[in-house]
Design a protein around this ligand. Structure first.
Ligand code: BES
Ligand code: MN
Ligand code: ZN
Length: 506
């Protein structure tokens, strides 16, 4: 992973130095570019002609635009990489942190294979320094897969020096540390998602979680794993039922973070289907391509919990990972089977591909017993979510204020989420003759029907929100901004920020 250090000057040797460039326009409409704060020393070493050189080779300052010029004069790196930061903010206006983070990420991503880079972007206070650090670490992420060792392998840029005049301030160091913890958590989630299901299945996911908790070596953090025996004994009929079709048995992981000064208790539940074939209601093969990512919710809640613990946020968090592989083996649950869930409710399985809600229901019922102040679940739950919102996540729940709060928290954390309703009239579409409830309802509004199903398993009086991250969790296209190809780590930053807000009494 990329390491970050702070420096007050941009004079150190490196393979590349990154500066920011703004788009400018005069009152008469003449377009040009201007260097962003942080670039002063680089420009001076270049002889004061850097903006002009960038203009000559076609830089326009567009968000995330990358322009390369060879260094000259006293610049210590052979390459100057200018990244566009959009329209120059007017006097008194602040540069949008999303733009800064995404542009820093795009620049970092393009430096893969380099040993050392200096980032001389705007970093005038702790907040901006943290934003640049977060962008660099998110952008430098690369899933290297399981390829044989190659000489031409290009890992992420190894060492980054972040230039900030405030390098000595404790608040700046703190903000950069926080950014490193958060980006580390997002990148952990990405790694878990990208790991193929041959390697990451319920048992190995649980073992990895145990190893991460052990590594963190925090007295405040503990982990417990229920295997198939314990799950059967405990009455977890939903998780066991979905796991039955696979040779790889399910797991329920419970992570507890306890802070002595905590005033609030947050419970998190994540969907951890390590591969979703659809089960007996088999998916068409092209719809299966990305289904290793069906554990993104579990990856997100776990990684976020680790980050909250590492940052010693004064809040209690109890996190459940509901892990199973949805396979059509001989023992698999069948269409019209009725299973008894944790807590005793019965569910008629009318489509084995609606497995997520079934494993989540057990964990929601169990999490409710801990008596949390807030209960959040995160799941790649429905294809309908992707159709409705593409790469934005959907937020549903039983409390409008909480739903609004999560959408706003996401925005502040640099993620995109949108509120969705749970219309009462759809509830009756999951009524059935043979059991308390069916796992399959009306097709239209499928995302909302899934949310209504989950609501049935939330304990009385508990404020609950459901995040459907089906579209946000995995990026099949080219990387953009701070989002790589493959697993994205969606929801991690929002969850950490929510925990921080709860910890500071907000
Ligand atoms: N894991 C899928 C949802 C999904 C689809 C996530 C595409 C990411 C991308 C989920 O288990 C599923 O198969 N849902 C079904 C439910 C239906 C059978 C009621 C769906 O949405 O088609
Ligand atoms: Mn499914
Ligand atoms: Zn699924």
């Amino acid at each position: 992973m990329t390491s970050i250090s702070l420096s007050a000057t941009a004079t150190g040797k490196a393979d590349a130095v990154v500066v920011g460039v703004y788009a400018t326009e005069t009152a008469k409409g003449v377009k040009g570019v201007a260097l962003a704060p942080g670039a002063e020393a680089v420009d001076a070493a270049y002889g004061g002609a850097l903006a002009k050189a960038l203009d000559l080779v076609g830089a326009a300052g567009k968000d995330g635009e990358l322009t390369r010029v060879p260094a000259q004069g006293d610049v210590k790196a052979p390459l100057i990489l200018a990244v566009g930061l959009g329209k120059k903010p007017a006097k008194g206006e602040h540069l949008n942190p999303d733009t800064l983070r995404k542009s820093a990420a795009a620049a970092a991503r393009s430096l893969n294979g380099k040993a050392k880079a200096v980032f001389a972007l705007p970093a005038e206070d702790a907040e901006q320094a943290g934003t640049v650090a977060e962008g660099v670490l998110l952008g430098a992420y690369a899933w290297e897969g399981l390829k044989s060792p190659r000489k031409d392998a290009k890992g992420p840029v190894a060492e980054v020096t972040l230039v900030t005049a405030a390098a000595k301030q404790a608040a700046v160091k703190k903000a950069v540390d926080r950014a490193a913890t958060i980006a580390g958590a997002v990148n952990l989630a990405r790694d878990l998602i990208n790991t193929p299901p041959s390697h990451l299945y319920p048992q190995t996911f649980a073992e990895r979680a145990q190893a991460e908790v052990k590594d963190a070596a925090l007295a405040t953090l503990s982990i417990e794993v229920l295997d198939e025996k314990a799950l059967t004994k405990g009455g977890y009929g939903g998780i066991m039922g979905i796991g039955k079709g696979s040779a790889k048995p399910p797991r329920l992981v419970r992570v507890a973070y306890r802070h002595p000064k905590a005033k609030q208790h947050l419970a998190l539940v994540g969907k951890g289907i390590t591969f979703d074939t659809g089960g007996i209601s088999l998916k068409p093969s092209n719809a299966m391509d990305t289904m290793k990512s069906d554990m993104s919710g579990a990856a997100a809640v776990f990684s976020a919990t680790l980050a909250v613990a590492r940052q010693e946020v004064p809040v209690n968090v109890t996190t459940y990972l509901s892990l199973a592989e949805n396979m059509p083996g001989g023992g698999a649950v069948k269409v019209s089977d009725v299973i008894t869930m944790y807590g005793g409710k019965t569910v008629e399985i009318m489509n084995t591909d609606a497995e997520g809600r079934v494993v989540m229901a057990d964990a929601l019922a169990r999490a409710s017993e801990d008596g949390p102040d807030l209960l959040l679940d995160v799941a790649t739950l429905t294809g309908a979510q992707v159709l409705a919102l593409d790469r934005l996540s959907a937020v549903m729940g039983n409390d409008d204020e909480l739903r609004t709060r999560i959408v706003e928290t996401a925005k502040a954390a640099g993620e995109e989420m949108w509120p969705m309703p749970l219309p009462e009239y759809l509830r009756e579409t999951i009524d059935t003759q043979s059991a308390d409830i069916s796992n399959m309802g009306q097709r239209m509004g499928g995302m909302l029907v899934a949310g209504l199903f989950l609501r049935e398993f939330v304990g009385e009086g508990i404020k609950w929100a459901h995040l459907d991250i089906a579209g946000a969790s995995f990026n099949e296209k080219a990387p953009y901004g701070d989002t790589p190809k493959g697993g994205t780590g969606a929801a991690v930053r929002t969850l950490v920020r929510l925990a921080e807000d709860l910890g500071s009494g907000k």
